[in-house]
Design a protein around this ligand. Structure first.
Ligand SMILES: Cc1cc2nc3c(=O)[nH]c(=O)nc-3n(C[C@H](O)[C@H](O)[C@H](O)COP(=O)(O)OP(=O)(O)OC[C@H]3O[C@@H](n4cnc5c(N)ncnc54)[C@H](O)[C@@H]3O)c2cc1C
Length: 367
């Protein structure tokens, strides 16, 4: 017998799971995931930080609002971030401070001994930084599990190994079907990450140009062992970042290689580039590359997320384009998404967020 739901959410990464939890008190929700387990793709591959400026001013209201939720829920632990540069980058570092401080981000210029003390072994060439003390590590798995558990407790249904292959309108409802099952729902949500445009096409909605960009991370064993309180250290020119993780170093070349929706893997060249860049920043010896992975960060053409009903296809809701900030923005994004999807009013979490900035209609309106 075909089950009926108010809402069917396609994709159970951070986006789909968090939205399911926010919708569950108000609606009967189905969450469908193609893989064996939720979180297999981008959500399971993040660098797990909350950094206020990351994603730029357009993402900031979502990050800020989510920060309060994450802190109170115990999902954050202090880290701090340094956006570092050389003398020739000084103007850029200063511009970073001038851009974000007036927006309410706690950020200040750091240089000389104060900077060197935070990154032992830092090459003296890296002499100036924008210091964000509020940056934090996020317990990504904990947050994802929290949302899945909340959704399940309130009665949402999760189907895994259910790659949606058909989405069609049947009167007032949608019929969605996977290899060995189907369901009906009043509204369908596209939370399919790198597959968002593919899923839109299945429903007869025009793709919005969401592009998966590959990002690589390597886990290194180094000598010396990175101190536990080492800040997240990002190149001001966006060409590397690293942070400590359980006595190891997580390092990324900050790559954004255009890719296709798939199970992405790290490429040797990107691993080598990452290590080469790190070697110009600190004098640590790389003893082993213990792990390497890559994930797809999916961006809309303007690099802002997309939340809202498709302007042309009735009952089809976008919750996509979470780029490189889909974890740190998840709480506010999911609350906003549920409010837009179910016609609920805004609340303290979303009061300072303008949903128009993220509406899918911004693309069609501009066309
Ligand atoms: C290396 C790296 C570092 C990052 N670091 C950070 C960070 O520090 N902080 C931060 O906030 N963000 C970070 N991000 C970004 C963050 O991970 C993403 O924004 C977020 O995980 C996106 O979640 P999602 O649910 O949209 O996508 P996903 O986790 O990819 O979930 C989408 C799901 O949809 C499923 N799906 C697709 N098609 C179908 C279908 N037809 N039927 C059923 N299911 C389908 C997929 O199987 C997948 O599980 C990072 C990303 C990467 C790659």
């Amino acid at each position: 017998m075909t089950e009926h739901f108010d809402v069917a959410i396609i994709g159970a990464g951070m986006a789909g799971a968090s939205l399911a939890a926010e919708c569950a008190p108000h609606a009967r929700v189905l969450l469908v995931e193609a893989e064996d387990a939720p979180g297999y793709h981008t959500t399971g591959r993040s660098a797990a930080f909350w950094e206020e400026a990351y994603g730029g001013p357009g993402v900031l209201p979502l990050t800020e609002a989510s920060g309060r939720f994450l802190r109170e829920g115990g999902f954050l632990s202090p880290r701090g971030a340094l956006n570092i540069g050389r003398e020739e980058d000084r103007t850029k570092v200063e511009a970073f401070v001038e851009r974000f401080a007036p927006l309410g981000v706690t950020v200040e210029l750091l240089e000389g001994a104060a900077l060197a003390a935070r990154v032992p072994g830092l090459s003296p060439a890296w002499c100036v930084a924008a210091w964000e003390p509020d940056c934090a590590d996020i317990d990504v798995a904990g947050l994802h599990q929290h949302y899945l558990a909340v959704a399940a407790r309130i009665g949402s249904v999760l189907r895994v190994r259910a790659r949606i292959e058909h989405i069609e309108r049947e009167g007032e409802a949608w019929r969605i079907a996977w290899r060995d099952g189907e369901a009906r729902a009043g509204r369908v949500v596209n939370a399919a990450g790198a597959w968002a445009d593919t899923v839109a096409s299945l429903a007869g909605a025009a793709p919005l140009g969401i592009r998966p960009l590959r990002r690589t991370v390597v886990q290194l064993r180094t000598e010396p062992v990175p101190p536990a309180d080492l800040p997240l250290t990002l190149g001001i020119n966006e060409d590397f970042y690293f942070k400590p993780q359980g006595g190891r170093l997580w390092l990324s070349p900050h790559d954004e290689t255009p890719d296709v929706a798939r199970d992405a893997a790290a490429e040797e060249l990107d691993v080598a580039i990452a290590i080469d860049r790190m070697n110009h920043v600190v004098d640590w010896k790389v003893e082993a590359v213990e792990r390497r992975w890559a994930g797809l960060r999916s961006f809309a053409p303007d690099r802002l997320p997309i939340y809202g009903f498709d302007p042309a296809v009735d009952g089809f809701f976008w919750f996509a384009g979470q780029g490189g900030f889909g974890i740190q923005t998840a709480p506010a994004a999911a609350r906003l998404g549920a409010q837009l999807l179910l016609g609920l009013g805004s609340d303290a979490l979303t009061a300072r967020i303008d949903p128009a900035a993220y509406a899918p209609s911004r693309f069609t309106a501009a066309a």
